[in-house]
Design a protein around this ligand. Structure first.
Ligand code: DPP
Ligand code: ZN
Length: 877
């Protein structure tokens, strides 16, 4: 296998002045005629061969300046083509044949559910034609599409449609021209018979942009939320960043078979249906927010990704970290900043920390890869967004905006690097980011340990910080990071006191406002005028993606849980409180004896539940016990059985001791009138779901009846799906009948059935494996559809710890079998599934041995795709 290194970057020796592509679409024999106008770069070696990428292409002809090349003049090599002795300026024409119908990788051009569609990022364009398929080769594209008219009335590509018409034999054609230079990964083509929703948006300079959403027939009524979200995103980017859309049309096509969430192709986004379709009866409140966020994300890419793109794929976070940050801010502005922050940090802690601590750990700007698709990760995306957020913390909102302005001024129309971004931030602000750059080069989660010391005579409080970062593959030693730590000091009445930092020594950390700048392995900071018994609140707002250790007493945590003015840290105090109880219960199990924990945890829970000043969504988050994957990342070695038992015990105890409270809050927040989607209604639904979740652990008929009634009377999918989940995951006798009825009711709504599959797969009961084994043959399941694979198999491995980590190893065997059926069909999705074994070293020796064995089984599969190979082989290293 070939490993690609960031340090090997070399500019491409040729400019591709323009590209003309002509597609004659046919399921098994699509013909692609390509004409490239090529010029050698002035500084390039005049012997430089012309190297083009190409995979799964049947070359029918190749010519330079209309002269057909004979076999001695070019060479077909592995995954490409080389032409030696090319002139300085020339036109290259190629004709290839491809087979969209049999392309199940969903990369390149594929035909699924009767429609043609493309996915070119990162390296799918090479499955369409021979081309320098790398993001730093940018060109203008003109595209002609020809197909049978009745089956494919819509023929779409990037930019503007400049021509169209009928051709004999029942066919028709369209010609598209994109005036903006772009790399091949932003190319798109769609052909099919869709329903179309149109609208328009007037930009800040008064230009009218036509907005179009193309969906499967019959789904038009589920597109309105996506359309409204698009308009909000366009407006928001103008208002917040002064960024305006640049083409006359913005198109979105929704497809059911898609590897990713969505794709930002210039002027023609292609979306997974999951992130377009939403109506109250089929989509949950979370789905509505996700649709808005992903629509925003892809729209924001038009500037951060398309106008300014990446020089090479190692720079992926340049566009993804930045664009995730932008979509997070967008969602926060549309919803609630505090709640959104907590949601985002939960992803970091449960998934990104796990990645950082496992065999695939990589910096946000990776140094090498075997398969680029494996690096579309929570590290590149979400930790990347945390790094961008830290710029805003360091430079302020205005400073960050100034930096972005310089970035666009300098680099509009270019393919650039993360280094170019840092430099724009530095230059715009006169700020030294030398040490900050380590966030790009060092992998792993930094750990910050803090202790405090109060000097009563001087009324001074000193916080002492140490930072360290464990080794990650290929990186033994780490240098200290520049870590902005936001702090507050809370007095005994629960109020923040004014921070008055004093410098005692030169090595003290610098403090700016409420930010402590950590820059070396050990540093401290002293505050003046501090009354007795003040409690520090550290890493407010999760100001840096680090693990924080501070030895709070139980009482202090409870105090912060009730009082911290920083909503993130208030939530955090509760999470730490619950975690602490759980780890304590784990120890009790090791020792034997009855399980117990302090009653003050119960009253703290009750106080939060009863706090009328708090929003229901925040309460719901604060009352949710950390999940197993988050808990796993908080310890080095743990008995998973004890962990799950402890977590369930805590939940059930809180349910029992506060039964009437959960019930009361459930009843007072339950809304029985018409469906509403305002913030308050969403909050109430969230809190009701949490209360019902506690009540259901009691395994009482009264709770079952409550859930059944909610399911029966629900006028929206939020209420229905949580009720269904709680019933299916309980020991209620008739649960399978309830599940079957739900299936019957919703079988024609694919996205709802995907939820149903997930709920079935995440049932913690011992029969689940057998059930999901038989679901593979169920009419609702289809191995070729990534959403279904993720809903059934992905949900089982990531959200059913009890059954996936069964002591008998059947969970692991199940996963390996699914990978075996899938890897030849869809390498990308198979590689994602394989990642479920990444943390195998965390478990007891029997489980380690069983997971290891399955990884070996996977590695021995014949003609294993490099996607899966990379994940499995790195896991075993
Ligand atoms: N570039 C795409 C996105 O993140 C890939 N899924 O928006
Ligand atoms: Zn993106």
């Amino acid at each position: 296998v070939q490993v690609h290194y960031r340090s090997d970057y070399k500019p491409y020796p040729y400019d591709i002045k323009d590209v003309y592509l002509a597609f004659d679409l046919a399921p098994n024999a699509t013909i692609v005629d390509t004409t490239l106008t090529i010029q050698r770069k002035a500084d390039a070696d005049n012997q430089a061969p012309l190297c083009l990428d190409g995979v799964d292409l049947e070359l029918l002809s190749i010519a330079i300046d209309d002269k057909e090349l004979d076999q001695s003049e070019y060479r077909l090599i592995e995954d490409g083509l080389e032409v030696l002795n090319v002139p300085e300026r020339f036109t290259l024409t190629t004709k290839v044949k491809i087979s969209p119908d049999t392309n199940t990788s969903l990369e390149g051009l594929y035909l699924s559910s009767g429609k043609y569609c493309t996915q070119c990022e990162a390296q799918g364009f090479r499955k369409i034609t021979f081309y320098p398929d790398r993001p730093d080769v940018m060109s203008t594209f003109k595209v002609r599409i020809e197909a049978v008219a009745d089956k494919f009335p819509h023929l779409l590509s990037n930019g503007n449609r400049i021509e169209h018409g009928e051709i004999e034999g029942g066919k028709h054609y369209a010609v598209w021209e994109d005036p903006f230079k772009k790399p091949s990964y932003l190319f798109a083509l769609c052909a099919g018979d869709y329903d179309l929703l149109t609208s328009s948006f007037t930009t800040m300079t008064g230009r009218e942009v036509r907005l179009e959403i193309y969906v499967d027939k019959g789904k038009l009524d589920q597109c309105h939320h996506a359309m409204e979200s698009l308009k909000k995103a366009m407006k928001w980017d103008e208002e917040v960043f002064g960024l305006e859309y640049d083409l006359d049309t913005y198109m979105i096509v929704a497809v059911g078979d898609f590897n990713m969430g969505a794709m930002e192709n210039k002027g023609l986004n292609i979306f997974n249906t999951k992130y377009v379709l939403a109506s109250p009866d089929t989509a949950t409140d979370t789905d509505f927010i996700d649709v808005e966020a992903v629509i925003g994300h892809e729209y924001f890419h038009n500037w951060t990704g398309n106008r300014v793109t990446c020089r090479d794929w190692f720079q992926l976070s340049l566009k993804e970290g930045l664009t995730v940050f932008r979509d997070q801010e967008f969602t926060a502005d549309q919803t609630d900043h505090g709640v959104k922050r907590i949601e985002d940090v939960k992803v970091i802690r449960s998934h990104q920390f796990a990645e950082d601590a496992g065999p695939m750990a990589h910096p946000i700007r990776p140094d090498s890869y075997i398969e680029m698709n494996n690096f579309y990760t929570v590290t590149v995306y979400n930790k990347g967004a945390e790094v961008i957020r830290m710029y805003q913390t360091l430079l302020g909102r205005d400073g960050f905006k100034r930096g972005l302005d310089v970035y666009f001024e300098r680099h509009d129309g270019q393919a650039v690097t993360c280094e170019d971004f840092v430099r724009a931030m530095e230059d715009a602000n006169g700020y030294d980011l030398q040490q900050f750059r380590r966030w790009y080069s060092q992998a792993g989660t930094p750990e910050v340990t803090v202790s405090s010391n109060y000097d009563a005579d001087k009324r001074q409080l000193t916080l002492s910080f140490t930072q360290s970062c464990r080794p990650t593959p290929g990186q033994e030693d780490k240098e200290p990071f520049h870590i902005p730590v936001k702090v507050g000091l809370i007095d005994t009445l629960g109020k923040d006191i004014e921070l008055k930092p004093v410098s005692l020594t030169d090595s003290d950390a610098r403090v700016e406002g409420d930010i402590v700048h950590l820059k070396s392995a050990q540093q401290s900071v002293t505050f003046d005028d501090v009354p007795r018994n003040v409690i520090p609140s550290i890493l407010r707002g999760f100001s840096a993606p680090v693990k924080l250790h501070y030895d709070y007493s139980l009482k202090e945590l409870i105090f912060l849980f009730a009082n911290d003015s920083d909503s993130f840290n208030r939530w955090q105090a509760g999470q730490e409180l619950f975690s602490r109880v759980i780890f304590d219960l784990c120890e009790q199990q090791e020792k034997g004896g009855t399980l117990r924990f302090d009653d003050s945890v119960v009253s703290a829970t009750k106080n939060l539940l009863d706090d009328n000043s708090l929003d229901g969504q925040f309460k719901s988050l604060a009352l949710t016990i950390p999940g197993v994957s988050t808990l796993l990342e908080q310890t080095n070695s743990i008995n998973i059985d004890h962990l799950i038992t402890a977590r369930d015990f805590l939940k059930k105890q809180l349910a029992e001791k506060l039964e009437l409270d959960w019930l009361l809050h459930y009843q007072t927040n339950r809304h029985l009138g018409d469906y509403e989607q305002d913030k308050e209604s969403v909050s109430k639904r969230a809190l009701c779901g949490t209360c019902l979740g506690y009540l259901m652990t009691l395994e009482k008929d009264s709770a079952y009846q409550l859930a059944l009634k909610q399911l029966e009377t629900a006028n929206n999918m939020t209420d229905a799906s949580i009720a269904l989940q709680l019933i299916v995951h309980s020991n209620y006798e008739q649960k399978l009948k309830v599940a079957e009825d739900f299936y019957q009711k919703w079988q024609s709504e694919e996205l709802v059935i995907n939820k149903w599959l997930s709920i079935m797969a995440t049932d913690p009961s011992d029969e689940t494996i057998d059930r999901i084994e038989s679901l593979l043959d169920h009419p609702s399941f289809e191995l070729k559809n990534p959403n279904k694979v993720r809903s059934l198999i992905g949900a089982f491995t990531s959200a059913n710890p009890r059954q996936f980590h069964r002591a008998d190893g059947r969970g692991y065997e199940y996963l390996a079998r699914q990978i075996k059926s899938l890897y030849a069909i869809n390498p990308q999705v198979s590689a994602r599934l394989t990642g479920a074994f990444n943390r195998w070293r965390k478990f007891d020796s029997e489980r380690q041995q069983k997971m290891r064995q399955q990884l070996e089984v996977i590695l021995s599969m014949p003609e294993l795709s490099k996607d899966v190979f990379e994940i499995a082989s790195k896991a075993l290293k």
